[in-house]
Write a protein that binds this ligand. Sequence first.
Ligand code: KIV
Length: 303
Amino acid sequence: MSTIPTISPDPLVVNRKKITTKVIQQKADRGDPITMLTAYDYPTALIMDRAGVDSILVGDSLGMVVLGYENTLRVTMEEMLHHCRAVRRGADYALLVGDMPFMSYQVSVEEAVRNAGRFLQEGGMDAIKLEGGRERADTVRAIIDAGIPVVGHIGLTPQSVNQLGGFRAQGKTAAAAKKLYEDAVILQDAGCFSLVLESVPSRLAELISENLEIPTIGIGAGIGCDGQVLVTHDLLGLFDRFTPRFVRKYADLFNEMERAFGDFIADVEERNFPGDEHTVDMPDDEWMILMSEIDIRNKKLLS
Ligand code: KIV
């Protein structure tokens, strides 16, 4: 009997339909909260998709939580596409959004359109996300003209961490909040189908959400957004360096994994693993033949 657990058909996914940008808008229009999580690999995308998340973001947070970089600035197009393909293989239903990495859309509009296209053609994504406000309006328009849906991202934009002076909340003064409000309207007018609001005061996020037609997805932006996104490694307790204040931890996988690895090491060292149930046996008659044909002492075949 096999001891390998098999993945059974999930009753929750029966009759489910692929989530499109239109479905996301319809959910927002009905007032149903939109859920988005980050994923960077096949098993996480598979589990998340089965759990019923609306959208999976292959975020450039990849650089910090999976690749161990200090921030997101070193992440390349090739790294993003590699992980997008893995996520694509795991997810059948969620709307897949690929995050454009630093310097893949800032140099020229042409390069931005080409790179955005690679997320769909080579990465299997349904849409892309990029950071920035009014300064990105032309780029957003050109990408959308090429037939690629775009998610905007304003507030704390980690690719500008050196300009912002660290990972800190944005829009806390009236002037900064007004600029963010205007950026949100400009990105909507440029054609974004959704907008991520990161680390901004909740009353500002609510004001923006109420006044936009397109759904807002908040991260550290309070309950007034149309949806919520978290970095999965934060939610699972898998990121070792820090946990932003706005994260709710739904698991403690760092300690759970450390315990499991420790148990494996102890079992091997104490010769408790593998057990009989993990080993392959050989029929007695075949074993006897083998014994008769091997010169055990000289460890060589007799014939
Ligand atoms: O890269 C990322 O994971 C993100 C989310 C924090 C929205 O941009």
